[in-house]
Write a new protein. Sequence first.
Length: 196
Amino acid sequence: MTAEQPALHRLFTAVELPEDTRASLAALQGDFPSMRWVHPSRMHLTLRFIGEVDAACAEAVRQSLASVQAVPFVLRLKRLGSFYRRPSGTLWAGFEANSRLLDLHDAVGAALEQACGLAPERRYTPHVTLGRIRETESKDLKAFAQARTGLVRASFAVASFVLVKSVLGPQGPSYTVLARYGLSAPAEDIPDAGVN
């Protein structure tokens, strides 16, 4: 008889987007055959994807993130872009360069390394995923992104970040915010949303 496997929690940290920003991004989603568009309610800016960890590591992460020191800042969406790995691709919205965002990313990474020994992320491309497609051509993705880049008009203030639990399902992932951390302020736990 084998011991029961411990439950794993699929986690990431992110910056939440205001409703009007999500609406602006949703308006850029258009006619692209077979594209699976991200619902506006699921749009976010990932700071660091953590992956599957056990309950002890998840709790250590939740506590360690409270030590992150960063100041509020403003993000401005700049363009649409794409990632492509034949034959699949991703469409995303990107931001103007922002040193404070990178500082926040690095501080989150340091907290995660302290919590569970998670290795620092070597490369970081801040973006909001708009859609994914299993089979397409790189030139078609690029053309779609370039045609809509001039329509990107959104900026918003960032005063907090969140720790999120993701559960994969047939209709796409569902997200639960486990904790919210104010920039230059103590962490604010979300009632009744702790790691179980």
